[in-house]
Structures are given as C-alpha cells and as structure tokens.
Design a protein around this ligand. Structure first.
Ligand code: ZN
Length: 239
C-alpha cells in the first residue's frame, strides 16, 4: 500500500462561497476522495489549522507521498514544518506540488530558486500537451487534454531546469507554461503539476485525477534513508 497524505491550507473553501460550492469538503477532501478509491493507496488529509499543520514527525514518517495545495497562507506554515518536509524528501519521501504550491515554503526550499511566474485570472481554456507519452505519469492521458477554465500561469517560471519536463500548458490567451515538471532531490521524487485553481472544478477532471494517481505511484519511495549524515568511515575491506 502507498500511504498518501493530502495537505491543504484549507482557507478559500471556508471564506469564499463560490469555492465552497465547488469543494464542500475542501480541495484535500476532493483529492482524498478519488485517491481513496484506488486499491493500492491509503489516504489521509492534513490542513494548516491542525496542530503542527497536521504534519507532526510521525505523520511524515508514515507518509510515502505527500501532496501539497497552498495559496495565500504559505507564510503561516512554520519554517520547522517546511524543513521537516524538505528533509523527508531528501531521505526519500515522494512529493507532489499542485498549482499555487509553486510558492510554498517546501517547494522553494527544494528548488532553491524564486519559483516566480506570471499569472492572470481570466478563466482561459487551457490545453495541456503531453510531451512524453511514455512517462509513467502520462500513462493513459493521450496527446493532450483540455480544461474549460484555468488560471493562466505563464513563463518565465523561476525553477531549476526540470530533470524531465513531461507536460506543457497552452492557454487561449497565448501563453505557454511548463505544467508538468519532474525532479529528484537526493532520494526523493518531486512532481510539480500546474492545474488546480480553487475557483474551477479542476480536481474533478478525469485526466487531472489520472495524472495525480499516476504521480503518486511514480513518486513512492524506492529507498528511504534514516538520517542525513556525512560520516567518516572505515574502508569496506578493513571492516
Ligand atoms: Zn490559482
């Protein structure tokens, strides 16, 4: 079983009626709902208002893949929790950052760059092009898929060159964006996925759900180290 924790700042859904209407159980609830139907996935949720942001060390230790959605409350996640997440990834935990999580503390710590982008909220149609159809995250998606409305994210995107770029988003206004980016940071696998603005029902889209399910299976740890150390050692043939 793959143990997934879905983390959400859970703010818009409480204070904006139009968002509450789309995600009555929160964005985390919608994601947990479709992931929980998979036979090989066990899912739990955590939100900003939970003690330690719902990410106490034992939760992290028992999470194979952490999914993160945040937007206006990035600063309310303590540096301690962000560092805990970063270290877990370096040890081997998988991580999926969705949409506006591009500015979350853990993502910026793992990337080491501004992660800035250009954006506008005009409800453009987005066409997400799959540029590596043989990549496990793209399995079953096809040549491209369309979202009737998404927030427009555009280049330049202030990220390190992805280890593998697997999707490019195109918007009817003309912008393009690196919408699916894969990284390795030490033992951990990271996937950044651009769709998921809170004002649109993106997480009910069949292709978006398939991509997140595929990404969970891709990001699950292969090896997880117990500690991050730089030890002085005895030569193997002298032990
Ligand atoms: Zn947004």
């Amino acid at each position: 079983m793959i143990n997934v924790t879905v983390w959400n700042e859970f703010h818009h859904e409480k204070v904006q009626d139009e968002v509450k209407k789309i995600y009555p159980d929160g964005i985390h609830g919608a994601i947990a709902d479709f992931l929980g139907k998979e036979e090989d996935i066990t899912v739990r949720t955590a939100t900003l208002d939970d003690p330690e942001c719902g990410l106490a060390q034992d939760v992290i230790d028992n999470t194979d893949v952490l999914i993160w959605w945040g937007h206006v409350k990035h600063g309310d996640v303590s540096d301690e929790v962000a560092k805990r997440v970063q270290e877990a990834v370096l040890k081997g935990m998988g991580m999926i950052f969705l949409h506006s999580a591009h500015h979350s503390k853990p993502f910026k710590m793992l990337m080491g760059t501004t992660c800035n982008l250009t954006w506008r909220e005009d409800g453009d149609m987005e066409r997400v092009w799959v540029i590596d159809r043989a990549h496990p995250i793209c399995e079953g998606i096809g040549e491209y898929f369309e979202l009737e409305h998404e927030e427009t994210y555009g280049e330049p995107f202030g990220i390190p060159e992805p280890d593998k770029l697997i999707m490019i988003g195109w918007y009817e206004g003309g912008e393009v964006f690196r919408s699916g980016c894969c990284y390795r940071r030490e033992n951990g696998r990271i996937f950044y996925f651009q769709p998921g603005h809170e004002a649109f029902p993106t997480f009910y889209n069949e292709n978006v759900q398939k991509i997140i399910k595929n990404a969970v299976r891709w990001a699950k740890p292969v090896y997880r180290s117990n500690e991050l150390v730089c030890p002085r050692v005895v030569a193997p043939n002298k032990r």
